[in-house]
Design a protein around this ligand. Structure first.
Ligand code: SIN
Length: 490
């Protein structure tokens, strides 16, 4: 593929334009345009599937279930490992496709491919460790056991911020457990999903086991995925508002659900923190993916006594960030997903300035293009301002001063969200008090990058339920079945 940016894919077969259903590529009557957020230009037209294709994909997944679930764990593991190896082998091309449709810097995009693939490798191993249990029986002539079985057909809706990894994290666990899978990726970033399907096929994953339906009809396709009687489990990564409505749709057939929803991560800098390390942590956790991750730092709480020193260091570091096209070598912060997303962030910034926040850096669109926003710092923010109450999903750091541990814990927890939190301190007693006191599913302690395949990713409160990755990740895709064997006279 010769792109606008002038690069060529090593393997042009990775650029697909059709939904992948039951092992074949399906065209539809209309197309949807995929654009490069960096310049707004159309990079590909993909067939626009709808309700009929979604139903077909579920039917195929249902038909493939018997074959796939009856394979041994070792057989499924081998095929998942093949898929993992192919993703790594094509990391450069997959990274380029990802940057082209999503905008993130190429190094970050390639990092995402390795990150997504790591879940596939992880669950290829975990597939072999699905253990049941025996239960000491209360009566002599009975034996009690628990076995684990795949839930069945899994339907997923995945977001544009991690077009590869959010699919990999769900599909790897589902397939390892013996489930079959239908995903509707975000319409902004379908190319990465379709490239994964091409590699799944090359890996030898049988037809119908992994299906990708790309289409604009989010409401219609969403209804099918959440309400179809043949779908046993639904999983979603995206906003809390959309997640709530999808959960209520799933209720009609009492589906098993797992939800990875919005966040409002506090990042607490205590008075004894290593300030340079804390600044590094903010840069990593806030400005990665132009601030468009669910676990992004959203509110930076800084102890009053170190506020001037910390703000100065942060301002210096943020002002040095290179903003630009994701393909440019020096770029550290790419575009946001589109101009509307920039407008939303800009409104939050302006509303907060009107409410008393002080603009230290940025605070407006970046001249690189419609979807770019300047890395921004606001100080004198309070926890009730719009920038602190809402999930920002953009490159803005709101700084809030605090004076005591008790006060900051209460401020940090004062949100309906509960995904990730971060804090920096060198006091071991405080580490335990604060780690245990934060109402969040994941906590970074003196660390701004917490995600990896070995760890349970997920939130509490309105940030969702279920855990992805780790040794717990298969549980969301399995049912436990209790067996009671009677008539066993001693
Ligand atoms: C997300 O934004 O939901 C995913 C972030 C991650 O996996 O690190």
């Amino acid at each position: 593929m010769q792109s606008e940016q002038g690069f060529v894919l090593n393997d042009e077969q990775l650029l697909k334009r059709f939904s992948y259903i039951n092992g074949s590529w399906h065209s539809s009557e209309s197309d949807l345009a995929v654009t490069n957020p960096s310049n707004g230009k159309v990079v590909a037209k993909v067939s626009n599937a709808g309700i009929a294709e979604t139903e077909l994909a579920i039917k195929s997944a249902k038909q493939a279930l018997q074959l796939w679930s009856s394979k041994t764990a070792n057989e499924r593991s081998t095929l998942l490992k093949n898929w993992f190896r192919l993703l790594i082998q094509h990391q450069d091309d997959l990274g380029r496709i990802l940057t082209l449709e999503q905008g993130k810097p190429l190094s970050e995009a390639k990092g995402e491919i390795a990150y997504g693939a790591s879940y596939i490798e992880w669950f290829a191993e975990e597939a072999k460790r699905v253990y049941g249990e025996t239960i000491p029986s209360p009566s002599g002539n009975k034996r009690l056991l628990v076995i684990k079985q795949p839930v069945g057909v899994v339907a997923a809706i995945t977001p544009w911020n991690f077009p590869n990894a959010m699919i990999a994290r769900k599909a790897a666990a589902a397939l390892a457990a013996g489930c079959t899978f239908v995903v509707r990726p975000a319409t902004q970033t379908p190319l990465s999903a379709l490239a994964m399907a091409e590699l799944a096929e090359r890996a030898g994953i049988p037809a119908g086991v992994f299906n990708v339906v790309v289409g604009k009809d989010s409401r219609g396709m969403g209804k099918v995925l959440t309400q179809h009687p043949d779908v046993a489990k639904f999983t979603f990564t995206g906003s809390t508002a959309v997640g709530k409505s999808l959960i209520s749709q799933c209720a009609t057939s009492v589906k098993k659900v797992s939800m990875e929803l919005g966040g409002n991560a506090p990042f607490i800098v205590f008075e004894d923190a290593d300030l340079d390390a804390a600044v590094e942590g903010v840069i990593a956790s806030k400005y990665r993916n132009a601030g468009q991750t669910c676990i992004c730092t959203n509110r930076i709480f800084v102890h009053q006594s170190v506020l001037p020193a910390f703000t100065e260091k942060l301002t210096q570091a943020v002002s040095e960030l290179n903003v630009g096209d994701g393909f440019a070598k020096q770029t550290q912060v790419g575009p946001m997903i589109n101009s509307d997303a920039v407008s939303e962030v800009d409104s939050l910034v302006n509303e907060s300035i009107a409410a008393g926040a002080k603009l230290v850096l940025g605070g407006k669109r970046h001249p690189a293009g419609d979807a770019f926003y300047l890395p921004t710092i606001l100080t004198q923010v309070t926890n009730d301002m719009p920038i602190a109450k809402n999930e920002i999903f953009g490159p803005v750091s709101p700084v809030i001063a605090f004076t005591s541990e008790e006060q900051v814990l209460s401020l940090a927890n004062d949100t309906e969200y509960g995904l990730a939190a971060y804090f920096y301190t060198r006091d071991i007693g405080r580490i335990w008090r604060v780690a245990e006191g934060l109402d969040f599913g994941m906590v970074g302690i003196n660390e701004g990058i917490i995600s990896n395949a070995a760890a349970p990713f997920g939130g509490v409160k309105q940030s969702g339920n279920g855990r992805e990755g780790s040794r717990h990740g298969l549980a969301d895709y399995m049912e436990m079945k209790y067996l009671c064997m009677g008539g066993l006279d001693r």
